[in-house]
Design a binder for this molecule. Structure first.
Ligand code: AMP
Length: 125
């Protein structure tokens, strides 16, 4: 079910539990600002989620409240993961679902990083 991107942060959401090490993940990368891991239900040959370490419900919450350092660190981490996974030459796609229309299901900001082959049209209509 889609989440409310304006609701207060829920510290019991599944990505918060992954960040605290309470639930395992297939880790790709970690630094002071971000954690990247493989999506449990991949929708492309390569499907990685990159999440900030801070408690932000959504892209909206993050861009409104995060510090410049957090924003720069997170965005740099996304770029780093794409380079490290050799996705740049053939190209890749980034996606952040926000709220009901976006179909966001986990209330901790995550950027989907898709690659590994042609990804088709941007949206299925
Ligand atoms: P969204 O619809 O943008 O909120 O995407 C949530 C994503 O999280 C989906 O692609 C799920 O497959 C993925 N997901 C949910 N639980 C886990 C988990 N424990 N480990 C990795 N990915 C997960």
């Amino acid at each position: 079910m889609a989440i409310d991107p304006t609701a207060p942060y829920d510290p019991d959401n599944i990505f918060a539990k992954i960040l605290r090490g309470e639930i395992p993940c297939d880790k790709v990368y970690e630094d002071d600002h971000a954690l990247a891991f493989y999506d449990i239900a991949p929708q492309a040959d390569v499907h990685i989620l990159v999440i900030p370490k801070g408690e932000y419900v959504s892209w909206d919450d993050f861009t409104a409240k995060a510090s410049e350092e957090e924003i720069a660190g997170f965005i740099r981490a996304v770029g780093h993961v794409a380079r490290e996974r050799q996705l740049v030459t053939r190209g890749y796609r980034l996606l952040a679902n926000v709220g009901r229309n976006g179909g966001q299901e986990v209330p901790h900001l995550h950027v989907h990083l898709f690659g590994g082959g042609p990804l088709g049209p941007m949206l299925a209509r």
